[in-house]
Write a protein that binds this ligand. Structure first.
Ligand code: ZN
Length: 74
């Protein structure tokens, strides 16, 4: 177990139900939107309401290289 102390972190926000705020919705299906984003058709496990979770791709302005940072923005 070495090397995990110096790797970069990627922070994501867990999807919450827009109706009751519960976490961990059940994903019924994932649909690619063709632009790099993915729409997850989800059902809340708590209130059983349906909603969509759209997962956006990384911003194109970000340096795709490992450990990179944006130009002129230090
Ligand atoms: Zn809910």
């Amino acid at each position: 177990m070495t090397g995990w102390s110096d790797v970069p972190c990627v922070f994501i926000v867990a999807p919450a139900c827009p109706h009751c705020g519960a976490l961990r919705p059940a994903t019924m299906r994932s649909v690619s939107n063709g632009d790099g984003s993915i729409t997850r058709l989800s059902t809340c496990r708590t209130c059983l309401q349906r909603f969509k979770v759209v997962v956006e791709p990384p911003e194109p302005t970000a340096d795709p290289k490992f450990g990179g940072s944006r130009k002129g923005n230090e």
